[in-house]
Design a protein. Structure first.
Length: 183
């Protein structure tokens, strides 16, 4: 039996469409490439300081971005440098010694690993960020900063949580960074 042209065309179309569909990977690769470039470009805009659940930072309207340097965290019970415990607050709060020995030892070690880059840096001192709980007594904070200054970490910044300034228009506040340091 002879098939008509229309029947032959329908048979060819049926054979073509009955095969396993193929996945077009070109567009999928384009999407992933764009996603990777987007993440690479935008990942440098985020500045995140180390956090500790025991430390609640004071609030400020400062807009200065945090610098990447040595971080000293002071909670109600302990002093940490780079996440490592170096002293207990109870041990040095009642002592007459001016410096915090564990903190001094750790900062001296870190300073020995990274010498001054220039004479100007030696004159100003090394940079350090102090993250202290807002309820820490000033006497404790003063001892921490004094110990930092004794070990040539004289460029001290205090970490704060940024809050919106009510005197600044809302459009400007949206552009402000989420973490700030007042120094």
């Amino acid at each position: 039996m002879k098939q008509s042209v229309h029947a032959k065309r329908m048979e060819r179309q049926h054979r073509r469409s009955s095969g396993i569909p193929k996945l077009n990977l070109v567009s999928l690769m384009d999407i992933f490439t764009i996603l990777v470039f987007f993440l690479l470009v935008n990942s440098s805009d985020v500045e995140v300081l180390q956090s500790n659940k025991d430390i609640k930072l004071p609030e400020s309207i400062a807009t200065t971005l945090p610098a990447a340097n040595v971080v000293v965290m002071v909670s109600a019970t302990e002093v940490l440098v780079g996440g490592r415990k170096v002293a207990n607050v109870a041990d040095f709060i009642n002592s007459d010694d001016g410096d915090i020995q564990g903190l001094k030892k750790e900062l001296d070690y870190l300073a020995s690993r990274k010498p001054f880059a220039s004479d100007e840096e030696a004159e100003v001192g090394r940079e350090i960020t102090v993250m202290a709980d807002e309820s820490i007594p000033y006497a404790v904070l003063k001892r921490v900063m004094s110990t930092c200054a004794q070990t040539d970490y004289r460029n001290i910044s205090l970490a704060v949580s940024q809050v919106a300034d009510s005197s600044v228009p809302v459009e400007t506040q949206a552009e402000a960074p989420s973490a700030a340091i007042g120094g």
